[in-house]
Design a protein around this ligand. Structure first.
Ligand SMILES: Cc1cc2nc3c(=O)[nH]c(=O)nc-3n(C[C@H](O)[C@H](O)[C@H](O)COP(=O)(O)OP(=O)(O)OC[C@H]3O[C@@H](n4cnc5c(N)ncnc54)[C@H](O)[C@@H]3O)c2cc1C
Length: 390
């Protein structure tokens, strides 16, 4: 196997939002380190990534602080977000702005990679990492294109990533099951009064009493400028010990209410690894970011979270190089103590309250009648962490 003799400061494995955010933050706070960094990506941009592409305000704040203008990426806006149980519930609006921006991940990740590249990051596409072997002096990264060496490796390779499997093979895993499809805006023959408006995003928690600890979503989106809807179902698996219907059943049921036949569309699935305080974050010389550590357990939201991990990892790496010490012992505490860690811990607690209390009456109470409390909890614990992360 070919040996790439150059020792890099940092090798980032995976060019999704967490890997690219790590690189962009390094370029900002430690440019001297960033110049000898390398990102390895197994696909070629613009590459497909299964994702509904809902971006919250926290992601926008982080990108803005990096000097990036997300308006350059094709998008649609949802003016408000509905959190429903059986089509009735509460909706969240943010005064004078959109509640959710929806992008396509092939376009968003490609844009982010171009920006990082234009600031000096070396990205090698079509390189699949096969093995990661840390030792006292550095890390060996074996790929299908040869062997690389680095002082530090960042595992940004997503929910099924090889980095986590190499460095902490026995760690317990919490993963959600997720199915998604994209349908034409007017593909359904909706009965009168049962139409979802194209300027709104919908989450419906009606599958919870059937032991699917999650929701069905319906977002506006676009493909090459054509307005579409993105439908999907998310199940944390928190109620996996109970009897559950097939995952696509509630999705098919909800779509049929709007005149859509699920079987007419290509449906795709992918797991989301979600955050739990026990999830490992690093071993000496290797640290994890994004889904490799864990996304939001309640909704499976992971884009803003991935961008946030990148900010924390860059600071951790920069300080490690200053000290000449790469144990990354403090990284877990840094994550937990950060605004990102606090929202993740809060969301983990909330997921373990909201989903096991699965009774229909409780879900109706929660989404339809406890609006002020839900708003307050969302405002304090779920949103608004992006401004406080450094
Ligand atoms: C169906 C679905 C819908 C979702 N909807 C939303 C949503 O609306 N909003 C939201 O915020 N989040 C959503 N998420 C979650 C979100 O997609 C993830 O949290 C986010 O992509 C995590 O970013 P990441 O950079 O950690 O990993 P990824 O985006 O998965 O990026 C990992 C990268 O690593 C590369 N890679 C993997 N293995 C290797 C290897 N061995 N060698 C080299 N490269 C490798 C991959 O090609 C990829 O580019 C959704 C997820 C799913 C599955």
């Amino acid at each position: 196997m070919e040996y790439n003799a150059l020792q890099h400061n940092i090798i980032i494995i995976g060019g999704g939002p967490s890997g690219l955010s790590t690189a962009l933050h390094l370029q900002r706070i430690a440019p001297q380190l960033a110049t000898r960094s390398l990102l390895l990506e197994k696909e070629q941009y613009p590459r497909f990534k299964l994702c509904a592409g809902g971006i919250t305000i926290d992601a926008e704040i982080i990108l803005e602080r990096l000097g990036l203008n997300i308006n350059e990426v094709p998008h649609v806006f949802a003016d408000d977000i509905h959190f429903d149980f059986e089509s009735k519930g509460l909706n969240i609006r943010i005064p004078k702005r959109h509640a959710l921006r929806i992008i396509r991940r092939d376009e968003f990740d490609n844009w982010l990679a171009e920006r990082a590249r234009s600031r000096g990051l070396e990205i090698r596409e079509n390189v699949t990492v096969k093995n990661i072997i840390p030792d006292q002096n550095g890390v060996t990264v074996e790929t299908d294109q040869g062997i690389f060496r680095a002082q530090v490796v960042v595992g940004a390779d997503g929910s099924n990533g090889i980095t986590r499997r190499c460095i902490v093979p026995k760690a317990s895993i919490h993963t959600a099951r997720v199915l998604e499809l994209v349908a034409p805006l007017n593909g359904g023959l909706a009965p009168v009064g049962a139409n979802h408006d194209n300027h709104h995003a919908y989450f419906d928690f009606f599958p919870v009493p059937d032991n699917i600890a999650g929701y069905v979503w319906d977002f506006p989106t676009q493909i090459k400028g054509e307005p579409m809807r993105c439908w999907g179902i998310y199940d944390t698996n928190i109620l996996a010990d109970e009897e559950r219907p097939q995952l696509k059943e509630p999705l098919a049921k909800e779509m049929s209410r709007f005149g859509f036949d699920l079987d007419q569309y290509e449906i795709k699935g992918h797991p989301i690894r979600w955050f739990s305080p026990e999830n490992p974050t690093s071993v000496p010389r290797v640290l994890l970011v994004g889904d490799a550590v864990g996304a939001d357990p309640i909704f499976g939201e992971g884009i803003s979270i991935a961008l946030g991990y990148g900010a924390l990892a860059a600071r951790e790496i920069s300080q490690s190089f200053q000290r000449g010490e790469f144990s990354f012992r403090r990284y877990k505490r840094r994550v937990a103590g950060s605004a990102l860690g606090q929202t993740l811990i809060a969301r983990w607690v909330i997921a373990y309250i909201v989903y096991p209390l699965k009774w229909r009456w409780f879900q109706i109470l929660l989404w339809r009648f406890l609006k002020p409390i839900v708003f307050l909890i969302a405002w304090i614990f779920v949103l608004n962490w992006g401004r406080r992360i450094r």
